[in-house]
Ligand binder design. Structure first.
Ligand code: AMP
Length: 570
């Protein structure tokens, strides 16, 4: 399929979802039926019925030995008829575990998905096509597997692939800057280019909201220096990457004291409320994913952008690209993703309210409105009926393609006794407790949690990075004990009834604790993961931390601790 497309392609794909899914499975089986993996079940047959009857539903751990064998140098036809040419490193699950997924070098479908997403934005956002986007992107250094194949996050591999087409002049950032693998230099230069072209910017974003919030923090730290660069027309000396220097210099141009004054005036104001729309006045929307675990950043982004629409445009993973938000200006709580049937062969395991599989497996076009499912992916590069670990809720259909709300990752994130607290439970509690913070003018800018079983009884610990909405000169965060204890209590009241029943006096779970950390702690956490190979673009703050090494990053920065002072009502 050609990449230069229009929105009729979306109509065609979604109208013919059943036929396209059928064709995708036929193609995959024809190419892969003789792989070692599949031939155990199919004996070379590419019969779809046999595939469904004999090939087991698996999780990543079941395929991992095969993936590792290819990564270690055995021929790729163990898994895939088409050569495996690279490995995608996923950011893993909420528990932070990393996975690698085989990929072959045909990214046309993914690029088509991205092109469609951009067309949808042009259709829904007035003037989008005429302006520039300031979407922060980062690539990681590419490492190699033991057999020498490239290994990096999917976005890095795709952006470096031969068929990737850069947005060119549609973006404020030249490709050379994105290709710089030093995140600090890249971020600074991307900000500088965006500030210089502020009058043309119609959209500000980053793939995930956690990254965008971090970029705003970098702006808070560096705005004086950025203004000084603009004033003098000279880039700071610490930007040593030659490609960055060359391309920023062209954009920076002559000294521009008027622009520097203007930016200084906005950034120097007491409150940063609406800073995005103040610095980039033609911005129509903030493009960043705020569904799932990213929902925690909605209040911060609404504050900085003065409630510009926040657009969650795509849903994808290292396993496959899933779908698009065809209604980009809807409220974050109403976002659903329309699955694109050409991406992979999709099946769905029906799950109950707790995310437990009930056993029934259906095809893409047979999912039922209102039901919850976990997707299974069969792709071209060696995954067969592999569970993704996300829980999705069917909210409608676009033509014949189902639309799903992202509910959560399946894993339990906290469990001290026998209760199972999921991402969704935590996010719900967080959402309710945010009201307490707002009443005292505090804003949550970073969050993660962990189940502390070193105390008896064990208890839930929430690390919060907070920021005052109004800057005070001292930059000291004033923490009101009453507010934070109330925060702990509201969190507990909002957790599941089972949790609350276990939190009774002398029960098996102790009072919930909040540890407020210094500003910048979550940046350090991200740096910690990035130095260990995580992608900045795909980075998501882990919802829950369970490694001692990672906890140390947070523990070193704890400013104050607060505990819930009463058992929650059951
Ligand atoms: P990765 O393989 O590192 O790209 O991580 C993929 C995972 O990120 C998915 O399985 C989801 O759990 C999460 N994810 C990706 N896109 C979205 C989205 N639009 N909304 C919520 N979660 C997402």
């Amino acid at each position: 399929m050609s990449l230069s497309c229009d929105l009729s392609v979306l109509e065609e794909l979604t109208s013919n979802a059943k036929q396209i899914q059928d064709d995708v499975l036929t193609k995959i089986l024809k190419a892969n039926a003789n792989t070692e993996y599949l031939s155990r079940f199919l004996e070379g047959s590419s019969e779809k019925e046999l595939f469904k009857k004999n090939v087991p539903v698996v999780s990543y751990e079941d395929v991992k030995p095969y993936i590792d064998r290819v990564a270690n140098g055995e021929p790729s036809d163990i898994l895939s008829g088409k050569p495996i040419t690279a490995f995608f490193r996923s950011t893993g699950t909420s528990s932070g575990e990393k996975k690698i997924f085989p990929a072959n070098d045909n990214f046309e479908d993914i690029l088509l998905g991205l092109a469609l997403s951009s067309l949808i934005m042009s259709k829904h956002v007035d003037g989008y096509k005429q302006g520039k986007v300031m979407i922060f992107k980062f690539i990681q250094p590419i490492s190699t597997t033991p057999c020498g194949l490239p290994l990096a996050p999917s976005i890095t591999i795709i952006m470096k692939s031969k068929n990737y087409r850069s947005p060119g002049k549609r973006s404020t950032t030249p490709d050379e800057i994105i290709m710089c693998t030093d995140p600090k230099q890249s971020m600074y230069c991307q900000l500088l280019c965006g500030l210089v072209q502020r009058d043309e910017v119609v959209s500000v974003g980053a793939l995930f909201a956690s990254v965008l919030v971090q970029i705003i923090r970098i702006l808070e730290k560096y705005w004086k220096e950025l203004c000084s660069n603009i004033r003098s027309g000279r880039l700071s000396d610490w930007i040593t990457d030659h490609c960055c220097r060359d391309s920023v210099s062209i954009i920076l141009g002559e000294p521009n004291p008027e622009l520097a004054d203007l930016i200084e005036n906005e950034c120097g104001q007491e409150s940063w409320q609406g800073i995005v729309s103040r610095l980039w006045p033609k911005t129509k929307c903030v493009e960043t994913i705020v569904t799932g675990i990213m929902a925690q950043y909605i209040p911060a982004l609404e504050f900085y952008s003065d409630k510009l629409p926040i657009v969650s445009s795509i849903y994808g993973s290292s396993e496959t690209f899933f779908g698009l938000n065809v209604n980009p200006l809807c409220k974050p709580q109403h976002v659903s993703y329309t699955f694109l049937p050409n991406m992979s062969y999709f099946e769905f395991i029906h799950v109950d309210a707790d995310g437990e599989a009930t056993g029934e497996i259906v095809d893409l076009v047979d999912v039922k409105l209102g039901a919850y499912y976990e997707p299974l992916v069969t792709n071209y590069s060696g995954l067969y009926r592999c569970r993704v670990g996300d829980v999705l809720h069917v909210t409608g259909f676009y033509n014949n393609a189902p639309q799903f709300r992202f509910v959560r990752r399946k894993n339990t994130v906290l469990s001290i006794f026998v209760e199972s607290t999921t991402e969704e439970d935590v996010l719900k509690a967080l959402d309710r407790a945010t009201v307490v913070l707002e009443s005292s003018d505090l804003m949550l800018t970073g969050f993660t949690c962990f189940g502390d079983v070193s105390t008896v009884p064990g208890h839930y610990v929430f690390y919060l990075e907070l920021k005052a909405k109004v800057n005070n000169d001292t930059n000291v965060l004033l923490l009101d004990e009453k507010v934070l204890v109330e925060y702990c209590c509201v969190m507990e009241e909002s957790l599941s009834s089972f949790y609350r029943s276990l939190r009774r006096k002398d029960g098996p779970i102790g009072p919930l604790e909040v540890r407020v950390v210094q500003q910048g702690t979550f940046d350090s956490l991200m740096e910690f993961f990035v130095t260990r190979g995580a992608s900045i673009t795909q980075y998501k703050t882990p919802m829950c931390i369970n490694s001692a090494e990672t906890l140390k990053v947070l523990e070193d920065k704890v400013l104050a601790r607060f505990f819930s002072d009463k058992s929650p009502p059951t």
